[in-house]
Design a protein around this ligand. Sequence first.
Ligand SMILES: Nc1ncnc2c1ncn2[C@@H]1O[C@H](COP(=O)(O)OP(=O)(O)O)[C@@H](O)[C@H]1O
Ligand SMILES: [Mg+2]
Length: 474
Amino acid sequence: MRVVDPREELERERERLSQRVPVSGAGVERDRHEMDTGELMGPEDDSGPLEMGGAPEMEVDGEASIFESGTVLEGKFEIQYRVGRGAMGEVFLAKDVNLKRSVAVKALSALHRSDEVVGRFRSEAESMARVDHPNVVKIYSFGTHQEKPYFVMEFLDGESLAEYIDRRLVMQEVVHLDEVIGLLSQVCRGLGAIHAQGIVHRDVKPANVMITTTYRVALADFGLVGMITDDESQEMAVYGTPVYIAPERFDSRPLTPELAHSCDIYALGIILYELLTGEAPFDHDDTMTLLGMHASAVVPRASKLRPDMPPAIDDVIRKAMAKDPEDRYESAEAFRRALLDARETGMSLEAIENEFTALIVEPDPKAAVSKVRAVKMAYPTATVLTVADGDMALVFIREMRPELIIFDGDAPGLNALELCALLQEEKLLVGSQVVVLSPRADPAEARYLKELGVTEVLLKPISGPDLVKAIRAR
Ligand SMILES: Nc1ncnc2c1ncn2[C@@H]1O[C@H](COP(=O)(O)OP(=O)(O)O)[C@@H](O)[C@H]1O
Ligand SMILES: [Mg+2]
């Protein structure tokens, strides 16, 4: 008897859900037969006659890999192993041997050398380079190695939001509403920064959102980006992921540039629904039926599957997923605000008064876990967020205004003094409890920190129970 591992099933299901396919040819009548038979071709099959070139590709697990491990790019990025694989290329973990840090390399197979595919790959890299935001993956370099185009970006140590949702499903855990909001809030920030550069992502979906082990969320995969001024009718085909595609993208409706980014807002609504319920609002094996649902089906209420959530959140999902882009939120920020407001409507007055957010700044994931535990002991209902460095801490404190901040003195980026000086200037520490864990006893520094608004400076290492005591004592 074959034992079915539910994770395998999920994997297959997820693969299907995340498949990116051309959903129509612009100006061309959609071919119903092609859609119905499920013989949709991925972008890779669209690249014209295959052209061989460059070095032969090495086999990994019986499949060709674009770069062999040990390959060195630009004399400094040494390929280690493959971490991801998509329609047109692969993503590798590599080492920047000069700076001694991990980086990620995304490479296009030599099989995909049509001008269209290479052009799209280049615009993916160029678009990433235009955006500088903590919630968007950063790019470091672009090049060609043995005729294979690649780019180098920051390595995000963690998993995709798709994997995260699956993991929670397998463990039969629901994602807590505050966690959903904390994750999505970061997606919105990143997306807002992309739109601010006049770029539409067009492939916003859980598989393209990374969550690091320290809970930083970053948008990745600019493979389908477009410029807000793009005339979509000029394109050969509309690519997208059918589960996440907004109706106006496949019905060739003419859109003003002001509404071009609206398809990404639509996808935010879907991700919100999926995070809350573990399933997509619209899904069907048959792509045409699925597109039809996007075009005309009523968006189901997530609250039917999640009785613990305020029904106002259903309205947020429905507005984001309005059929007409004009009826959606005008920006990712407007969506984010509406989501925060909707959460409050569902809270009792007591819950709002007791709302308590803690931020832990800790580069070591293991230590972060024990600190989260300590905070939960002291404040059981607290929402606890963790970041790995002082720079991210600043971003979070500005956004979340946490009641409690625990700063590890060994965190990279802004140090405690720099961070607190900036926060004091912006009057962001007023009323917050700030605990700095210092690696060394330095009375002068401790005094200065306290002048800047730090509540307590403690010497490292500190035990869990001592930390609980320290943060309880106010
Ligand atoms: N910067 C990164 N750091 C770590 N892993 C990454 C990074 N970028 C992508 N990946 C991994 O590779 C997978 C595919 O990357 P993506 O850019 O989405 O490519 P595709 O266009 O093929 O979908 C992701 O789902 C993720 O698992
Ligand atoms: Mg992807």
